[in-house]
Design a protein around this ligand. Structure first.
Ligand SMILES: C[S@@+](CC[C@H](N)C(=O)[O-])C[C@H]1O[C@@H](n2cnc3c(N)ncnc32)[C@H](O)[C@@H]1O
Length: 243
Protein backbone atom coordinates (compact mmCIF):
# COMPACT_ATOMS: atom_id res chain seq x y z
CA UNK A 1 0.00 0.00 0.00
CA UNK A 2 1.36 3.46 -0.94
CA UNK A 3 1.83 5.93 1.88
CA UNK A 4 0.90 9.61 2.00
CA UNK A 5 0.48 12.42 4.53
CA UNK A 6 -2.50 13.23 6.67
CA UNK A 7 -1.21 16.37 8.34
CA UNK A 8 2.08 15.31 9.99
CA UNK A 9 1.07 11.63 10.09
CA UNK A 10 2.10 9.09 7.47
CA UNK A 11 -0.92 7.00 6.49
CA UNK A 12 -2.02 4.57 3.77
CA UNK A 13 -3.42 6.37 0.73
CA UNK A 14 -6.85 4.78 1.18
CA UNK A 15 -6.93 5.89 4.78
CA UNK A 16 -6.27 9.54 3.91
CA UNK A 17 -9.53 10.00 1.95
CA UNK A 18 -11.47 8.39 4.84
CA UNK A 19 -9.85 10.66 7.41
CA UNK A 20 -10.33 13.80 5.31
CA UNK A 21 -14.00 12.83 5.02
CA UNK A 22 -14.13 12.51 8.80
CA UNK A 23 -12.75 16.04 9.22
CA UNK A 24 -15.36 17.63 6.95
CA UNK A 25 -18.24 15.48 8.24
CA UNK A 26 -17.33 16.74 11.69
CA UNK A 27 -17.03 20.46 10.88
CA UNK A 28 -19.64 20.89 8.09
CA UNK A 29 -22.38 22.52 10.19
CA UNK A 30 -20.02 25.02 11.84
CA UNK A 31 -17.71 25.43 8.83
CA UNK A 32 -18.82 28.94 7.88
CA UNK A 33 -18.75 30.41 11.36
CA UNK A 34 -15.32 28.86 11.97
CA UNK A 35 -14.02 30.34 8.71
CA UNK A 36 -15.04 33.82 9.84
CA UNK A 37 -13.62 33.31 13.34
CA UNK A 38 -10.31 31.74 12.29
CA UNK A 39 -9.51 34.27 9.60
CA UNK A 40 -11.16 37.28 11.29
CA UNK A 41 -13.28 37.51 8.14
CA UNK A 42 -10.24 37.64 5.85
CA UNK A 43 -11.36 34.58 3.85
CA UNK A 44 -14.10 36.82 2.42
CA UNK A 45 -11.49 39.21 1.00
CA UNK A 46 -9.38 36.32 -0.37
CA UNK A 47 -12.46 34.92 -2.11
CA UNK A 48 -13.59 38.34 -3.36
CA UNK A 49 -10.15 38.80 -4.93
CA UNK A 50 -10.46 35.36 -6.53
CA UNK A 51 -13.85 36.27 -7.98
CA UNK A 52 -12.39 39.52 -9.37
CA UNK A 53 -9.49 37.63 -10.99
CA UNK A 54 -11.93 35.04 -12.38
CA UNK A 55 -13.56 37.90 -14.34
CA UNK A 56 -16.46 35.70 -15.43
CA UNK A 57 -18.89 37.03 -18.05
CA UNK A 58 -22.56 36.35 -18.72
CA UNK A 59 -22.91 32.97 -20.38
CA UNK A 60 -19.60 31.51 -19.11
CA UNK A 61 -19.37 27.93 -17.82
CA UNK A 62 -17.58 27.46 -14.49
CA UNK A 63 -16.84 24.44 -12.30
CA UNK A 64 -16.19 24.89 -8.58
CA UNK A 65 -14.34 21.86 -7.20
CA UNK A 66 -14.26 21.11 -3.46
CA UNK A 67 -16.88 23.86 -3.36
CA UNK A 68 -18.06 22.99 0.15
CA UNK A 69 -20.54 25.52 1.49
CA UNK A 70 -20.62 27.37 -1.82
CA UNK A 71 -18.96 30.80 -1.36
CA UNK A 72 -17.30 30.84 -4.79
CA UNK A 73 -20.16 29.07 -6.59
CA UNK A 74 -22.60 31.69 -5.31
CA UNK A 75 -20.42 34.62 -6.40
CA UNK A 76 -19.72 33.02 -9.78
CA UNK A 77 -23.42 32.35 -10.40
CA UNK A 78 -24.15 36.07 -10.06
CA UNK A 79 -21.49 36.84 -12.69
CA UNK A 80 -22.48 34.25 -15.33
CA UNK A 81 -26.20 35.00 -15.02
CA UNK A 82 -29.05 32.88 -16.36
CA UNK A 83 -27.31 32.11 -19.67
CA UNK A 84 -24.22 30.67 -17.96
CA UNK A 85 -23.72 27.71 -15.68
CA UNK A 86 -21.84 27.14 -12.43
CA UNK A 87 -21.48 23.53 -11.27
CA UNK A 88 -21.03 23.22 -7.50
CA UNK A 89 -19.17 20.04 -6.55
CA UNK A 90 -17.47 18.40 -3.58
CA UNK A 91 -16.51 14.88 -2.52
CA UNK A 92 -18.22 15.35 0.85
CA UNK A 93 -21.99 15.09 1.07
CA UNK A 94 -22.30 16.90 4.41
CA UNK A 95 -20.41 19.96 3.10
CA UNK A 96 -22.32 19.95 -0.17
CA UNK A 97 -25.67 19.74 1.62
CA UNK A 98 -24.87 22.78 3.78
CA UNK A 99 -23.77 24.64 0.64
CA UNK A 100 -26.77 23.63 -1.43
CA UNK A 101 -29.18 24.70 1.36
CA UNK A 102 -27.44 28.08 1.63
CA UNK A 103 -27.65 28.61 -2.12
CA UNK A 104 -31.33 27.60 -2.19
CA UNK A 105 -32.06 30.01 0.68
CA UNK A 106 -30.63 32.75 -1.52
CA UNK A 107 -32.77 31.68 -4.49
CA UNK A 108 -29.90 30.07 -6.41
CA UNK A 109 -30.51 26.63 -7.91
CA UNK A 110 -27.18 25.35 -9.21
CA UNK A 111 -26.28 21.90 -10.50
CA UNK A 112 -24.71 20.25 -7.45
CA UNK A 113 -22.74 17.04 -7.75
CA UNK A 114 -20.75 14.83 -5.42
CA UNK A 115 -17.48 14.08 -7.15
CA UNK A 116 -13.84 13.35 -6.55
CA UNK A 117 -11.53 15.96 -8.12
CA UNK A 118 -9.22 13.12 -9.13
CA UNK A 119 -11.90 11.60 -11.42
CA UNK A 120 -14.11 14.39 -12.72
CA UNK A 121 -17.35 13.22 -14.37
CA UNK A 122 -17.32 15.95 -17.05
CA UNK A 123 -16.37 15.92 -20.72
CA UNK A 124 -13.04 17.23 -21.96
CA UNK A 125 -12.98 20.97 -22.72
CA UNK A 126 -16.35 21.66 -21.04
CA UNK A 127 -15.54 24.71 -18.87
CA UNK A 128 -14.24 28.26 -19.31
CA UNK A 129 -13.06 28.36 -15.70
CA UNK A 130 -12.35 25.82 -12.96
CA UNK A 131 -11.79 26.84 -9.33
CA UNK A 132 -10.66 25.03 -6.22
CA UNK A 133 -10.54 26.99 -2.95
CA UNK A 134 -8.84 25.48 0.10
CA UNK A 135 -9.47 22.01 -1.35
CA UNK A 136 -6.30 20.89 -3.17
CA UNK A 137 -4.42 20.52 0.14
CA UNK A 138 -6.77 17.73 1.17
CA UNK A 139 -6.45 15.67 -2.00
CA UNK A 140 -4.37 12.50 -2.04
CA UNK A 141 -3.13 12.64 -5.64
CA UNK A 142 -2.75 16.36 -6.32
CA UNK A 143 -1.08 15.87 -9.71
CA UNK A 144 -3.96 13.65 -10.86
CA UNK A 145 -6.50 16.23 -9.67
CA UNK A 146 -4.67 19.08 -11.46
CA UNK A 147 -4.53 16.99 -14.66
CA UNK A 148 -8.28 16.40 -14.44
CA UNK A 149 -8.90 20.13 -13.92
CA UNK A 150 -6.81 20.79 -17.02
CA UNK A 151 -8.71 18.18 -19.03
CA UNK A 152 -12.17 19.64 -18.37
CA UNK A 153 -11.07 23.19 -19.34
CA UNK A 154 -11.37 24.44 -22.91
CA UNK A 155 -8.13 25.63 -24.54
CA UNK A 156 -7.52 29.12 -23.16
CA UNK A 157 -9.61 28.33 -20.08
CA UNK A 158 -8.25 29.11 -16.62
CA UNK A 159 -7.77 27.22 -13.37
CA UNK A 160 -7.86 29.22 -10.12
CA UNK A 161 -6.32 27.50 -7.11
CA UNK A 162 -6.86 29.44 -3.87
CA UNK A 163 -4.96 27.76 -1.06
CA UNK A 164 -2.96 28.31 2.11
CA UNK A 165 0.69 28.68 1.20
CA UNK A 166 4.13 29.49 2.59
CA UNK A 167 4.00 32.54 4.82
CA UNK A 168 6.68 35.26 4.66
CA UNK A 169 9.55 34.70 7.13
CA UNK A 170 8.82 37.70 9.46
CA UNK A 171 5.27 36.39 10.06
CA UNK A 172 6.26 32.77 10.64
CA UNK A 173 6.64 32.69 14.44
CA UNK A 174 3.37 34.45 15.14
CA UNK A 175 1.59 32.38 12.49
CA UNK A 176 2.88 29.11 13.99
CA UNK A 177 1.82 30.15 17.47
CA UNK A 178 -1.64 31.09 16.22
CA UNK A 179 -2.00 27.89 14.15
CA UNK A 180 -0.91 25.40 16.78
CA UNK A 181 -1.95 27.09 20.03
CA UNK A 182 -5.01 29.20 19.26
CA UNK A 183 -6.71 27.45 16.34
CA UNK A 184 -7.28 23.99 17.93
CA UNK A 185 -8.67 25.68 21.06
CA UNK A 186 -11.13 27.81 19.06
CA UNK A 187 -12.02 24.66 17.10
CA UNK A 188 -12.72 22.74 20.30
CA UNK A 189 -14.82 25.60 21.71
CA UNK A 190 -16.98 26.10 18.59
CA UNK A 191 -17.21 22.59 17.08
CA UNK A 192 -16.13 20.34 19.96
CA UNK A 193 -13.36 19.08 17.66
CA UNK A 194 -9.78 20.28 18.21
CA UNK A 195 -8.23 17.51 16.06
CA UNK A 196 -9.75 18.75 12.79
CA UNK A 197 -8.21 22.16 13.35
CA UNK A 198 -4.86 20.64 14.31
CA UNK A 199 -5.08 18.77 10.97
CA UNK A 200 -5.76 22.11 9.25
CA UNK A 201 -2.58 23.65 10.69
CA UNK A 202 -0.48 20.57 9.87
CA UNK A 203 -1.88 20.11 6.35
CA UNK A 204 -0.99 23.73 5.53
CA UNK A 205 2.66 23.03 6.48
CA UNK A 206 2.72 19.88 4.34
CA UNK A 207 1.20 21.60 1.29
CA UNK A 208 3.54 22.56 -1.59
CA UNK A 209 4.79 26.15 -1.41
CA UNK A 210 4.09 28.76 -4.10
CA UNK A 211 6.89 27.77 -6.48
CA UNK A 212 6.36 24.02 -6.08
CA UNK A 213 2.64 24.31 -6.80
CA UNK A 214 3.38 26.50 -9.81
CA UNK A 215 5.68 23.74 -11.13
CA UNK A 216 3.02 21.09 -10.47
CA UNK A 217 0.46 23.10 -12.44
CA UNK A 218 2.87 23.46 -15.35
CA UNK A 219 3.50 19.72 -15.16
CA UNK A 220 -0.26 19.15 -15.37
CA UNK A 221 -0.42 21.02 -18.67
CA UNK A 222 -0.93 24.68 -17.77
CA UNK A 223 1.25 26.64 -20.19
CA UNK A 224 1.29 29.80 -18.09
CA UNK A 225 0.88 30.11 -14.32
CA UNK A 226 0.72 33.34 -12.27
CA UNK A 227 0.99 33.44 -8.48
CA UNK A 228 -0.76 36.12 -6.42
CA UNK A 229 0.34 36.16 -2.77
CA UNK A 230 -2.15 37.48 -0.23
CA UNK A 231 -1.72 38.40 3.44
CA UNK A 232 2.04 37.83 3.35
CA UNK A 233 1.75 34.42 1.73
CA UNK A 234 -0.73 33.03 4.25
CA UNK A 235 -2.76 32.37 1.13
CA UNK A 236 -1.83 32.30 -2.56
CA UNK A 237 -3.98 32.35 -5.67
CA UNK A 238 -2.44 30.38 -8.55
CA UNK A 239 -3.91 31.12 -11.95
CA UNK A 240 -3.11 28.60 -14.68
CA UNK A 241 -3.99 29.01 -18.35
CA UNK A 242 -4.58 25.93 -20.49
CA UNK A 243 -2.59 26.80 -23.60
C1 LIG B 1 -11.63 23.64 3.49
S1 LIG B 1 -12.99 23.06 2.54
C2 LIG B 1 -13.16 24.33 1.31
C3 LIG B 1 -14.60 24.63 0.97
C4 LIG B 1 -14.81 25.84 0.06
N1 LIG B 1 -14.16 25.66 -1.22
C5 LIG B 1 -14.33 27.10 0.72
O1 LIG B 1 -13.39 27.71 0.20
O2 LIG B 1 -14.88 27.50 1.73
C6 LIG B 1 -12.20 21.77 1.65
C7 LIG B 1 -13.16 20.91 0.84
O3 LIG B 1 -12.40 20.02 0.01
C8 LIG B 1 -13.19 18.87 -0.16
N2 LIG B 1 -12.39 17.78 -0.73
C9 LIG B 1 -11.39 17.09 -0.13
N3 LIG B 1 -10.88 16.16 -0.96
C10 LIG B 1 -11.57 16.27 -2.13
C11 LIG B 1 -11.52 15.58 -3.38
N4 LIG B 1 -10.65 14.59 -3.60
N5 LIG B 1 -12.37 15.96 -4.35
C12 LIG B 1 -13.27 16.96 -4.15
N6 LIG B 1 -13.37 17.64 -2.98
C13 LIG B 1 -12.53 17.30 -1.98
C14 LIG B 1 -13.71 18.61 1.24
O4 LIG B 1 -14.79 17.71 1.26
C15 LIG B 1 -14.06 20.02 1.70
O5 LIG B 1 -15.40 20.34 1.48
Amino acid sequence: MTQTHFGYETVDENDKARRVRGVFDSVAKKYDVMNDLMSAGLHRAWKAYTVAVANLKAGDRALDIAGGTGDLARAFAKKVGPTGVVVHTDINEAMLRVGRDRLLDEGLVLPTTICDAEKLPFPTGRFDLVSVAFGLRNMTHKEAALAEMNRVLRPGGRLLVLEFSKVAEPLRKAYDWYSFSVLPRVGRFVTGDADSYRYLAESIRMHPDQETLKGMMKGAGFGHVDVHNMSGGVVALHVGIKC
